[in-house]
Write a protein that binds this ligand. Structure first.
Ligand code: B1M
Length: 208
């Protein structure tokens, strides 16, 4: 099993989309859990390429290829996560202003859908006003914001302020690599999830 996971990790890191699809399918056929494939192979690959990038050992084009390969693998995994019932509540998700990272948000969507929530993805680079407009339009039970850059995480505060101007009781959750629980408390979020799987318990707790 570890060889297959190692191979998936390598293929994601090297941006080999077709190889990732084949290997992820093989791993599922071998009954390796989708969550294991994600957490022990695909996500560490993104971590690794990110670290290489910060040491100037990888180009931005390689980050993009790895992201494409990650998306391809997630598409294969998706049917193994998604549940049939979607009536536990409505969630809106978006990545904040100035930020085009999608993968974490997409995983949160898949996890929440698998747990029975209806999720509307409003996309990336969403500013405070657009979050507030989406809140008015869609009337979600929970609004989720994702940020991957320390420079964009700060926009969450503005977005929370704009949404709370519309509904002071709005349930707003935040997450993403630079976000901490302390930061979430400081900007007035209703909750913080460390990862996509934790977002299920968080939303469930907020809707009790
Ligand atoms: Co960018 N990037 N990137 N990047 N990128 C990071 C984030 C970085 C850490 C890399 C590094 O230098 N080590 C760094 C940020 C440094 C910082 O601010 N502290 C960085 C940088 C600098 C940049 C650019 C500025 C580079 C440049 O242009 N010079 C640029 C900015 C673009 C922009 O947004 N304006 C940029 C661009 C890109 C690409 C477009 C090439 C590509 C994204 C493609 C895409 O998403 N479609 C990309 C990638 C792939 C990465 C890394 C390598 C991988 C991100 C990822 O997908 N991780 C990343 C390095 C890293 O993360 N270590 C990096 C996998 C994903 C599953 O994890 O998104 O953390 P993550 O999501 C997790 C949790 O955080 C959580 O759950 C998820 C799953 O468990 N979570 C939530 C996320 N959102 C949540 C919301 C919730 C709850 C939980 O509730 C709502």
């Amino acid at each position: 099993m570890s060889t297959l996971l190692d191979d998936i990790k390598k293929a994601v890191r090297e941006g080999e989309e077709d190889t990732v699809k084949d290997l992820v399918s093989s791993a599922l056929a071998e009954k390796i859990q989708p969550r294991t494939i994600l957490e022990q192979a695909m996500m560490p690959a993104m971590q690794e390429i990110g670290e290489q990038f910060s040491r100037s050992e990888a180009f931005i084009s390689e980050l993009l290829c790895a992201a494409e390969a990650m998306h391809a693998g997630i598409e294969i995994l998706k049917p193994h996560f998604t549940g049939a019932i979607k009536n536990k509540g409505r969630v809106i998700l978006g990545t904040v202003e100035g930020d085009i990272h999608t993968i974490g948000k997409n995983l949160v969507k898949i996890c929440l859908e698998s747990a029975g929530y209806e999720v509307l993805d409003i996309g990336e680079n969403i500013n405070a006003q657009a979050f507030a407009e989406a809140y008015i339009r869609e009337k979600p039970d929970v609004l989720g914001m994702s940020a991957l850059l320390s420079t964009t995480a700060v926009y969450m505060k503005d977005a929370i302020k704009a949404v709370r101007a519309v509904d002071p009781a709005a349930r707003i959750i935040v997450g993403g690599a630079p976000i901490t629980r302390a930061f979430a408390d400081q900007i007035g979020a209703s909750g913080y999830a460390l990862n996509a799987f934790d977002s299920i318990q968080l939303v469930s707790r907020l809707l009790k």
